[in-house]
Write a protein that binds this ligand. Structure first.
Ligand code: OGA
Ligand code: MN
Length: 200
């Protein structure tokens, strides 16, 4: 049975305000516990299909060492998170005229010793990514396990964001950020709200 997420009470006004003021927003306790648990199972059941994120079109980069799996219809629980982000995108379109038309998303797994060095998801507005979203779905996390998201906000202040289970971090895709070395397996869904049509 699929969890019903229709009654979710995200504070959309607060999220929009945080994005507007700082360029990022955090949603803690984003989903019902049982949903996170089942989604986490969906993720781990498919870990053997994840591929090296550093290899794109046969070219290997050393900027990141995590593994990813793009989300499609075969991953129904992950789809529910994308559905929820779609609702949020409507709010962003209404209030900020962002013109979000599409969402692309992948699971990401960082094993101990893995990282993603400093980067922007949309440097110089060269792609359609407007808002980046990361949902942390491992079931526990300890402060000394590293793996923090380090993010520069729109006023150039740096923030260290712990990948707390059931937390969603949203930020403008043009902001600088990195994933610090993880010391324990770290599971997430990264999604991008895009203003163009996704070609995947
Ligand atoms: C990314 C990314 C941040 C995180 O996937 O592009 O920056 O906290 N992820 O996982
Ligand atoms: Mn990124």
């Amino acid at each position: 049975m699929q969890p019903n997420l229709d009654d979710l009470t995200w504070n959309i006004d607060q999220i929009l305000d945080d994005l507007d003021q700082h360029g990022f927003a955090l949603i803690d306790d984003a989903y019902p516990e049982h949903y996170v648990h089942e989604l986490s199972n969906e993720c781990t059941a498919n870990l053997n299909r994840f591929r090296d994120a550093a290899i794109q079109n046969g070219i290997v980069s050393n900027i990141r060492s995590d593994h990813i799996l793009w989300i499609n219809d075969e991953l129904p629980l992950a789809q529910q998170h994308i559905h929820q982000l779609n609702q949020l995108a409507s709010g962003l379109n209404r209030n900020f005229f962002l013109g979000i038309k599409d969402i692309e998303a992948h699971f990401a797994c960082y094993n101990a010793g893995e990282f993603y060095a400093l980067h922007r998801d949309n440097p110089q507005g060269k792609n359609g990514r407007m808002i980046s979203s990361v949902f942390y779905l491992h079931e526990q996390w300890q402060d000394n396990w590293g793996g923090e998201l380090r993010l520069q906000d729109k006023h150039d202040q740096w923030h260290i964001i712990s990948p707390q289970p059931n937390r969603v971090a949203l930020f403008q895709s043009d902001l600088m950020h990195e994933v610090l070395l993880a010391k324990h397996q770290r599971l997430s869904i990264t999604a991008w709200l895009r203003s163009d049509q996704n070609l995947f």
